[in-house]
Ligand binder design. Structure first.
Ligand SMILES: [Zn+2]
Length: 277
């Protein structure tokens, strides 16, 4: 599943390839992709002829800005965007949407698992509508600080890792990065969110920004998303300190990294460096 750094990488790649091109024609081949209450024909017609002004991101939602409309794409498990020259022959097996663009380009959305979604909404109001209105602020939001995290997270008695993965509280932290952030901030993943203090939350925020930024700089990680076509060539995975390192020595203290399940998610941590009490 792509996480925030990978989605940011996809957005940058798409901007470099299709920004300012015009959508000449759209063909939706998997109608369930569209989550807006609109017929496929209407969807295709509304988008046709529009220029792609910009591609941006809110948490893990990719936002295609099409004048007064936005197309919101969420990749979920396996969604992928590809850009080809229009003559290119490609494997159509998992293709769900085909966009013919100006400049003889073709933009294709493909999804082997079929969990990805499209929403088509008004640019003026989409932030107050589902799905974007449910998205919590991301670590890079300048309004976010340790006190905010303390206020919204410490009311929960769940494990801190579970709360960090709750996208309505803070967005953009997925399973890989939650492990790395908690290792960096020296907090045990099973510590209760209610047991953490302001200083802990300040450390979590600082580590979140540091680790996500580093991963974006390196083109994300590619544990299960190796997609050089989308720009994800994933050098960050070489810098993972705990995630996927079960039974290997901790880089800080030499103790063996352990793997447990936290709320069903595989979780890697160092018992020596990350304190439970
Ligand atoms: Zn350690």
């Amino acid at each position: 599943m792509p996480e925030l750094p990978e989605v940011e990488t996809v957005v940058r790649t798409l901007n470099s390839k299709v920004k300012n091109l015009t959508i000449k024609k759209v063909k939706i081949t998997y109608p369930n992709l569209i989550k807006t209450d609109i017929s496929i024909e209407d969807f295709e017609n509304k988008i046709k002829g529009r220029k792609i002004d910009n591609i941006s991101r809110i948490a893990k939602h990719i936002i295609f800005e099409l004048q007064d409309l936005v197309l919101i794409s969420h990749l979920r498990m396996e969604g992928k965007w590809f850009v080809f020259d229009s003559q290119t022959v490609y494997d159509t097996k998992h293709v769900e949407a085909i966009f013919e663009l100006s400049d003889n380009k073709m933009m294709v959305y493909s999804d082997t698992r079929k969990f990805g979604t499209f929403h088509l909404q008004e640019k003026a109001t989409f932030k107050s509508q589902n799905p974007i209105n449910k998205v919590g602020p991301e670590p890079f939001n300048s309004a976010l600080n340790g006190q905010y995290l303390l206020d919204i997270m410490s009311r929960s008695n769940k494990h801190i890792k579970t709360v960090l993965l709750d996208q309505t509280k803070i967005s953009g932290i997925g399973n890989i990065y939650a492990d790395e952030i908690l290792f960096d901030s020296k907090i045990h993943p099973e510590k209760r969110a209610s047991a953490l203090n302001l200083e802990d939350y300040e450390r979590i925020l600082k580590s979140s920004k540091k680790i996500l930024k580093r991963s974006i700089d390196l083109g994300g990680s590619t544990i299960d998303t190796y997609q050089p076509e989308q720009g994800i060539d994933g050098k960050f995975q070489n810098e993972l300190k705990v995630h996927t390192r079960k039974n290997k020595p901790c880089y800080e203290c030499g103790r063996i990294i352990e793997k447990i399940k936290v709320n069903g998610r595989g979780t890697y941590f160092c018992k020596e460096c990350q304190f439970l009490y």
